[in-house]
Ligand binder design. Structure first.
Ligand SMILES: [Fe+2]
Length: 346
């Protein structure tokens, strides 16, 4: 894959090979991002306006860790932006981040949403919720545990169990309930599926609209993206067919995951990198970033967008993302063990 290289200030959009781009990054802060350029550019523009510092972004959808590792001490990367605790933890484990002790970032981002060893920090959050048919499902509270209840037999749709969003959810279940209960739950959930897992979160809303299932598990921001999708208006119809129900763990809250950032191990522009990371936790940046992709700002007190507020009140689970990260490998193994992706067995 050829990454897209965006140099701000010069407003040049150049596509080049992975190696050629390394020497070409000459901005005040260099960003390696697995987030789509359209999602972060308004934020970077605001940063440049505020500080006068230019930014350059390389969009790397896959293989970000390998790339930075291969570049080693000569890596131009200053700040890493990515999504999901799985990817943030992978960056940490690959050794491409360095810890940052920073009063501003640590004051603004609650401890549950940042790495204890200070390698990564959450910036925005998304909840993994239930999409429920507006016509066929009542509005009552649903727990994650109750998704294995046989009353949902043949009625649930979900994407692959091995997708990082589901691995994190199962890892959270494991942290709450331990291995035996998790295995029983996963088996029950598998047998409640309408069909073998397929597609992305939005496809599950489509399946509810078409009547294939009554409930699905998906991330909150996709609902906002479907509701406002002018390019593919059929997605607005999928969104109309569902409502967001905030499930909780018994005795806990709703599972959330994050988009996040980390200071690159060999950041050549360390001071500027820290300025960008501090900027990302300001009220202004939190508002811009969360509004673009219908996510939740992580800084307490920053207003959530109207679209996201309409999903209902979110009470995030109190489990720390560190704990979830530590349970990912076991979660993934259990998902395979029950052959989740093969769909219902009984
Ligand atoms: Fe996503």
């Amino acid at each position: 894959m050829t990454p897209t290289f965006l140099r701000r200030g010069a407003l040049a959009l150049v596509t080049m090979s992975a190696l050629a781009s390394t020497s070409a990054m000459a901005a005040d802060v260099n960003i390696y991002s697995s987030r789509q350029p359209a999602l972060i550019q308004p934020l970077l523009d605001a940063f440049t306006k505020e500080t006068g510092l230019t930014t350059a972004t390389i969009f790397i959808e896959k293989g970000l860790e390998e790339r930075v590792k291969a570049e080693g001490a000569n890596s131009p990367a200053d700040v890493i932006l990515t999504v999901d605790i799985g990817r943030l933890d992978a960056a940490k484990q690959a050794g491409i981040l360095q810890p940052l002790s920073d009063e501003i970032v640590e004051r603004d981002i609650p401890a549950t949403f940042r790495d204890k060893e200070k390698d990564w920090f959450g910036v925005t959050a998304r909840a993994r919720v239930v999409y429920a048919s507006t016509d066929r499902v009542g509005a009552d509270g649903i727990t994650y545990e109750s998704l294995a209840d046989p009353k949902w037999k043949g009625k649930i749709c979900i994407r692959s169990g091995q997708h990082q969003y589901n691995v994190a959810l199962v890892a959270a279940f494991l942290a709450h309930h331990g291995e035996e209960k998790t295995k029983t739950w996963l088996t029950g959930l598998r047998d409640n599926l309408a069909t073998a897992p397929e597609g992305g979160d939005r496809d599950q809303a489509r399946n509810i609209a078409s009547g294939q299932c009554d409930i699905a598990i998906g991330n909150t921001y996709y609902v906002g993206l479907m509701q406002t999708n002018e390019k593919e208006p059929e997605q607005k119809e999928w969104a109309k067919a569902i409502k967001v129900v905030m499930p909780t763990f018994e005795g806990g809250g709703t599972h959330v995951n994050i988009s996040g950032m980390g200071l690159a191990k060999n950041a050549p522009n360390r001071d500027n990198a820290v300025k960008l990371m501090e900027f990302l936790t300001t009220d202004e940046a939190q508002r811009i970033y969360s509004e673009i992709n219908y996510e939740y700002p992580l800084k307490p007190g920053v207003e959530t967008s109207a679209v996201v507020k309409a999903f209902g009140e979110l009470k995030p689970d109190t489990l720390s993302l560190d704990e979830i990260a530590a349970n990912r490998a076991k979660a993934s193994a259990l998902i395979d063990e029950v052959r989740f992706d093969e769909g219902p067995k009984s």
